[in-house]
Design a protein around this ligand. Structure first.
Ligand code: PRP
Length: 212
């Protein structure tokens, strides 16, 4: 692993969580102009002591787990799916949505004895949800717009993120069952927390004091 005399590196999930994370860092007093005006750059300075790495959610976990980023901001959905080795330090309270089982409106999902097919971007979350029910299902991994699978007849239901419910509604689908709430979490690499304890703990304290 690289020596620690570099800025504290925070991996930040691109897209939905990005704006709220930048807002939080600014509220604490960090200058995020470079992130706001990033163009196509992927590693951006935030003040003199932090640099932000913009990555896809699953990669945030990979970088933090491997210690090339000290901290990360990522959704609980990705944490539940990937089960990595790191400390989950705080619920940041934004990026709120939920995991739900959903499918075509009016379907009685639990009726019948046939093995149901579930389409999802989250096979591990889905498997554990149905295992707890003692229900055998076939899981099909889909990369995006999972809602298409039941509409096209590939799946009986989906396990997916529901935020406003608009995507389901506009496609004639409905929630059958809520699975678990989701929000953005602050994660920390286990070695970094020891090696850069003071820096990281004071940042965590600032973050926690500035949560809404
Ligand atoms: C997520 C999720 C749903 C949608 C739910 O997809 O998979 O499709 O958001 O949001 P809503 O309840 O507010 O309508 P995302 O936009 O991340 O894109 P993807 O399907 O391509 O992954």
């Amino acid at each position: 692993m690289e020596k620690v005399n570099r800025p504290l590196r925070i991996a930040l999930t691109k897209g939905r969580l990005e704006k709220d994370t930048v807002g939080l860092l600014e509220k604490i007093g960090y200058d995020c102009a470079a992130v706001r005006d990033k163009g196509r750059r992927l590693i951006l300075p935030v003040g003199d002591t932090i640099e932000v790495v913009l990555a896809k959610a699953a990669d945030v976990i990979t970088y933090v787990e491997n210690g090339v980023c000290d901290m990360g901001v990522v959704g609980k959905d990705t944490i539940m799916e990937m089960n990595g080795k790191f400390f989950e330090i705080a619920d940041l309270g934004f990026g709120k949505c939920r995991f739900a089982l959903a499918g075509k409106k009016g379907t009685d999902f639990y009726s019948g004895y046939n093995v149901k097919t579930i389409a999802t971007k989250y096979p591990n979350v889905s498997r554990s949800f149905f295992e707890k029910k003692g229900m055998d299902v076939d899981i099909v991994k889909i990369e995006g717009s999972v809602e298409l699978a039941p509409l096209l007849g590939l799946a009986d239901a989906i396990v997916d993120i529901v935020e406003t419910g608009t995507t389901l509604k506009e496609n004639g689908l409905e929630v059958f069952e809520d699975i678990s709430p989701i929000s953005a979490r602050l994660i920390v690499n286990m070695v970094s927390l020891k090696m850069r304890q003071q820096e990281i703990e004071s940042l965590i304290k600032l973050i926690e004091e500035n949560l809404n």
